[in-house]
Design a protein around this ligand. Structure first.
Ligand SMILES: NC(=O)c1ccc[n+]([C@@H]2O[C@H](COP(=O)([O-])OP(=O)(O)OC[C@H]3O[C@@H](n4cnc5c(N)ncnc54)[C@H](OP(=O)(O)O)[C@@H]3O)[C@@H](O)[C@H]2O)c1
Length: 337
């Protein structure tokens, strides 16, 4: 029987289905965490993800997407037909140091990007086209969706969504008919998804899941495996993102959740209720939100991937129970988060 972590999930407004865990490619195709994976290492990760049952992939032109698509297609061969692709488009690299990123969400810019992805992946349709962080004003103007819907009616894409860090932007987009919002969501960063949730009521009979959550480990911090006083090396995005004090505080908050690791979430002590470590707790926290359809995970190698999947492989259901979710809130609140 297919374990819940590998079962297909229905997303609102999308006829094809991702798996609850989606292989993210930002961390391994860019130098965000310093090391860009070699072709061979990236393909091993893709093949192992597929072997473990993951069928969805998060790709972006901005994250050396053409290379990633070529390697994914080569690694998966004919199995690619059973996979689901989130494709972020509209932001591309130019190679010009004065203006390194081109931003264009018009049909004229996006159509060739979608066609290029189809060609590289060798598939007939991109399952979910995500506008890659479009400006708030563009979403508020409300014309984007109408302009792009032709890609859907022509069958080049299955559905259209966007990525954003703002709950308000996601809400506006979903109200206009966007199918999905890719947003950060973890135990310490909940505001965007909660804002969306509060403003976008679930309609009876309509599938509620419309979020591709990312950074479920808060870029690794929630796994709490780095020592207090740790400093990320120069070039690592986390060093630029957080001051030493801000990192220390986040690690302190992550460690507050330690009593919930290596523990059963109910009294029956069944294998399905065991949470082996904080990374598993973090993944299952993200998957517990009724709006979250899939979590883009960020393993940097096959070992990370195995640890992440192993941590949730027996979980049934994947979502944490209400008591554990309350405990998370209480422990974080006691730590001042
Ligand atoms: N972050 C963003 O801004 C962003 C934006 C858009 C989309 N996404 C999508 O979401 C994906 C994941 O994002 P993310 O990198 O922020 O995810 P994340 O899961 O919060 O963090 C990934 C980092 O966690 C650590 N890690 C991974 N597996 C681990 C394990 N088993 N045990 C301990 N530590 C582990 C690794 O860093 P260390 O080993 O160095 O600690 C890894 O680089 C991206 O690849 C992309 O597809 C992210």
């Amino acid at each position: 029987m297919t374990p819940p972590y590998a079962a297909r999930v229905t997303l609102r407004g999308c006829s094809t289905q991702p798996t609850p865990l989606t292989l993210g490619t930002w961390g391994v195709m860019t130098d965000a965490y310093q090391d860009v994976l070699t072709d061979e290492a990236f393909q091993s990760l893709v093949v192992e993800a597929y072997r473990l049952g993951l069928r969805s992939f998060d790709l972006a032109f901005l994250w050396d997407g053409e290379r990633a698509m070529r390697l994914v297609a080569e690694a998966l061969g004919p199995d690619i037909a059973s996979c689901f692709f989130f494709l972020r488009a509209g932001r591309t690299t130019t190679g010009n140091p004065d203006k390194p990123i081109a931003v264009d969400f018009g049909l004229t810019a996006l159509r060739p990007q979608v066609e290029r992805a189809l060609e590289l992946l060798g598939v007939a349709k991109v399952d979910m086209l995500l506008l890659h962080a479009p400006p708030r004003t563009l979403v508020e103007r409300g014309e984007t969706m109408q302009g792009l819907d032709v890609l859907r009616s022509e069958g080049l894409v299955g559905a259209i969504g966007l990525s954003t860090t703002s709950g308000a932007v996601a809400l506006t987009a979903l109200e206009q008919g966007f199918a999905c919002a890719a947003m950060p969501y973890n135990a310490l960063v909940t505001h965007a998804v909660r804002e969306l949730d509060e403003g976008f009521p679930v309609v009876d009979g309509e599938e509620a899941r419309c979020v591709l959550a990312h950074s479920s480990l808060l870029h690794g911090v929630l796994a709490a495996r780095v020592p207090a006083g740790h400093q990320y090396p120069p070039g690592d995005h986390r060093r630029e993102r957080w001051t030493e004090q801000a990192l220390r505080t986040r690690l302190y908050h992550a460690r507050a959740l330690a009593p919930l690791a290596n523990r059963h979430t109910d009294d029956t002590r069944k294998v399905e209720t065991h949470v082996p470590n904080l990374a598993a707790l973090a993944l299952r926290f993200a998957l517990s939100h009724p709006r979250v359809g899939s979590v883009a995970i960020g393993p940097r190698d096959v070992k990370h991937l195995a640890l992440l999947v192993e941590g949730v492989s027996k979980a049934d259901p994947l979502s944490l129970n209400a008591a554990t979710l309350r405990e998370i809130e209480t422990l974080l609140a006691s730590a001042g988060a």
